[in-house]
Design a protein around this ligand. Sequence first.
Ligand code: B12
Ligand code: SF4
Ligand code: SF4
Length: 338
Amino acid sequence: MSLAVSAGSDLLALPNLIMVEQSNHFLHSDCMKPSLVQNIKNVARDLGFQKIGITEAQTTLKEHKRLNEWLAAGNQAQMHWIEKRKEERGAIHEYFPEAKSIISVGMNYFTGLSREVVGAKLNFSNYAWGDDYHLILKERLWKLLAYIKQQTSNVQGVVCVDTAPVMEKVWAQRAGLGWQGKHTNLISCDYGSWLFLGELIVDIELGYDEPFIADLCGTCTACIDACPTEALTAYQLDARKCISYLTIERRGDIPEEYADKLNGWIYGCDICQEVCPWNRKFARESMEVAFQARMAIKTYTNDDWEHLSEEEFRKIFRNSPVKRTKHSGLRRNIKSNS
Ligand code: B12
Ligand code: SF4
Ligand code: SF4
């Protein structure tokens, strides 16, 4: 039997009585109640999430310890915001005391284009080719919460996408979405690692998925070998050396020793993911219009980027993740590459 949420244009308008399909007949859910968990997953899928899993909000002692060790070694560089909220990041109930279940979602952002086809040798990481994912994922997760509230009264929930002090990859792994590869990103068997992650944390118990226990990296070390700045050791990243950190998060000049190794990256870096066999074999083109590359990303030449005015910057990167670096940051990155 297949359960399918009836395709309504407005998910919030989904009826309390969901239609379910059985042998080509539509039945009222009053006659045959599908579980809330299955409905949540169906609605999440309709909202455009390709990967959905649910896990219990339990303690994360091992990961908390590793986070503390990672911080103590100075791997966070200038990202003091990680340290400031490390207790919440390492223990979900410090962040949301009532948390019972974590609905973890992944959204495919692979555009299907490689950086070889764009007009410039200066590169933007493909996660930043289109609209800002924070806004897109958050809006849809709020809709998912609204749906759950329609079904069950007295549910409280919080929506997290990137900026909340939660370890998103850890929850995604526990919810069965995939495993954390040696490049530290979460990899799924069906989309590779080109997935944005987000969570809806709720204060009700739900049915839970099996965690993804296998580590499918095997003996591969392609990401570690390809990283131009040697930022990776297996399963750990030293942000001080990472081009993504240096071009997005770092304030001030990019240190000389790394400026030589930027390899054309002016916003983020995709090298460790590009070489990953899971992405090479299993990446699938995203149907999400919002993630498609902006015209300038595809057509601008090095010369265009080198002469980019502040006004153009504002126009091109309105509602894009690139605005985080500001015009001055992008100019610094371009200069560091020359
Ligand atoms: C800080 C941050 C960064 C920093 C640091 C990255 C890092 N690896 O920590 C910088 C700026 C470098 C960065 C870069 C990127 N980021 Co970022 N980042 C984050 C953020 C906000 C927090 C991550 C964090 O907690 N780091 C702290 C360290 C301690 O965590 P960790 O790396 O997971 O560490 C674990 C492992 O080291 C492991 N471990 C340690 N020893 C061992 C040993 C073994 C055997 C094992 C198995 C594990 C293990 O234990 C640690 C704790 O669990 C998350 C969002 C979030 N709230 O979670 C996004 C996030 C991880 N970033 C994301 C993305 C897309 C990127 C980039 C790809 C962007 C780009 N193209 O430039 C790069 C990828 C670089 C890379 N190789 O990781 C996505 C990843 C999606 C995915 N599929 O995994 C996230 C989840 C944002 C999102 N909502 O989608 N990021
Ligand atoms: S994002 Fe680039 S610099 Fe950072 S670890 Fe991956 S390959 Fe290395
Ligand atoms: S490149 Fe190899 S080692 Fe690195 S994450 Fe992918 S499979 Fe794992």
